[in-house]
Write a protein that binds this ligand. Sequence first.
Ligand SMILES: Cc1ncc(COP(=O)(O)O)c(C=O)c1O
Length: 408
Amino acid sequence: MSRSETADVTGAPTVTLDQAEANRWPLFTQEDEAAVLAVIRDGDLSTHRVTRELEDDYKAYFGAKHALAHCNGTAALLASFFAIDLKPGDEVIVPSATWWASAVPMMWLGAVPVFAESEPQRMGLDPDDVERRITARTRAIVVVHLWGMPSCMTELLAIARRHNLKVIEDASHAHGARWRGKLCGMLGDIGVFSLQGHKLAPAGEGGMLLTNDDALMERATLLGDVVRIWELPTPARRFAATSFGIKTRMSPLNAAVARVQLRHLNERNARRNANLEYLSAHLEAMGFDTFLPPSHVERVYFEFLVRVNPARVGKSAGELIEALQREGCDVQHPRYPLLHQQPFFTEAAFSAILRLPEGMPAPVYKADALPRTSAMNDQLLRLPSFPSAGRELLDQYVAAFRKVLAPG
Ligand SMILES: Cc1ncc(COP(=O)(O)O)c(C=O)c1O
């Protein structure tokens, strides 16, 4: 056992090393500064070519036919819902354990999110529960690769094929993750990435929509990229003077940052992965579930979540969080409250935007739905993702976990 692993017996916190630098994110260097400065010096902060260059970078990295940059991931998700032509009353199956943008924007089009359970091995949609919730109105599934772990795509893609459903991948947490060697974001009909400031390839604010389908790209463009509508090679170009009512293109300053960040994605992902695989090995040996990927999956870590089985480790997630915080660990509850329990849904506040066909009853969302997802969420701990940590800090975390699990 190294010195930094030795549990302290005096009551002083076990974690003493600096955590601010180890967990600093995003990482900006002179390369980002120079890229932004170059755009400013060129003097075009609206339609500068750098945004197209970013789209080209995404096409090259992901092997996508089309990429459309957006001002944020929420806008890219709205564009993807518009692109698949959701109509009032259509249903879309979504996870509850995700950020709201995976579900809420579709309600502006009159579409109804139907929440399904998440499964406990990968935290993504549970394929069996998805299939149970399919009705004659179901049009699509939103798959979220939560915290960078690819969802159960074999089963979800098979369900979508069987029921003729579109698959929108919200890959906002999963830049660089792969399923059967293929990059997440390229597994369904449309892939969407948030490039918000904490993501793995951040722009500050930004979003990217990827698709190989010409028709989907055309409709996504119509929603809110007025310059690109002028360039459409089809009769849809006639809508260029109005678009469909919103404006969603990315700022070139953000695109400049996003280009640099994408260039460093693989090397920075590798560093996080190495740190979290090291920590996972220790925590698994203590009885925690660290969401290790199956052999056909390469996960990344937007955030590092750990599941506590109280019967195995003798303490609940809540007790561990308190004890680990006393040891100096930056350990928290998971960041996202479950969507189906939020007042927007349970109090039907969505009726301010959701316009359903005549006679169709409004959906009813109950906080006690999805008991398995709720139980899973209650067992989660969120740790730092240690983008720049050294082994000594990780060893101190291991020692802190050992200390709080020690009997007596
Ligand atoms: C899973 C997920 N989807 C969508 C979004 C929305 O992206 P943005 O914040 O860029 O609008 C976010 C995050 O911020 C997210 O975490």
